[in-house]
Design a protein around this ligand. Sequence first.
Ligand code: CA
Ligand code: CA
Length: 384
Amino acid sequence: GADAAAQDVHTVRNRAELVAALTPHDRPRIVKVLGRIDLSVDDAGRPLGADDYRDPAFNWPAYAAAFDPATWGRKPPVGPLEDARLASAKAQAARVVIAVPSRTTLIGWGPGAALVNGGLALIRVRDIIIRNLQVSDAYDHFPAWDPKDNGHGEWNSEYDNITLRQAEQVWVDHCTLDDGPRPDSAEPLLLGRPLQRHDGLLDITRASSHITVSWNHFRHHDKTSLVGGSDRHTEDEGRLKVTYHHNLWEQTKERSPRVRFGQVHVYNNLYLIHQAAAFSYSIGLGHRSAVYSQHNAWQTPPELPASRLVGVYKGDAFEDHGSIVNGAVVDLLALLSARQPTQNIAPAVGWRPAPGPEVDPAEQVPSRVRAGAGAGRLWTPTAP
Ligand code: CA
Ligand code: CA
């Protein structure tokens, strides 16, 4: 957006203005978000909920009865009720998923800038900056039932707060990403499984590359940041080059991040884990991942062993240099190997980060990241 002409610099206060400002064209642009924008509203700004998007043929009791594994079995849902769910989901997506075109700077203008009840999609685009925005509660009113997921079936939601697919040269900086006032933990069970309403906070998939994720606050979320969506996406090989630095990961349950294929540099991040019971792992090593971890800091409760901070999901290499847990230097790879002696994790990932900005000593990470990460921190009130 740096080269935007005056006509391509927009200030937006509601969904309609935001969508108009993001109308596709090839020129660089800057879009300044003022205040809190609800993405789930009609063109007149009236809030829209499940009943507004729902196809008349869809309802949850009928859906759950139709696809109960006891009678339907483990085959994927098909038929009029599934068609009605898909139509409902399509109506919601058309409203709440906002596409960001190439050569855009989208920036929260002031400390209270937020996008709520939806998310941003960066798909087949390049040269995008997203800064100083809270993006909250990309809530799925019509999650899908996958009868084979985890063996017993799971509900899966569709929306990420920010999703990147085939995106190139993207910087996400000083954002706060969360589920807002509707955590999945408050959802009821349906078909015996939690009704999942949120997917990723920031997912980077489908051969995206050259992405920097810095000084963001990820908080109170399950599947937080996925790099690489499937072992079958072999086009991701040589792509998915991502840097995560100075992010605050506050009680994120898993995928902080979880990586397939990519060369991913994870440095100077602060992980705050308050409850071991609501925690799975921080950094996930997936198929053909090459994660270079450096000077990260974890603050964990006493009952959580440091061997659980890295999870292995078919990954076979990992490097960490100088990370600390509760102030003490740890050897994450040695702890991991001791916990899972049958996993053979190579101690070298085959690449090194290029020389760049200085990496902070790990012991400075907790105070620096606490003071600087998240939306609103770029704005210091100044005396008139
Ligand atoms: Ca999912
Ligand atoms: Ca996702």
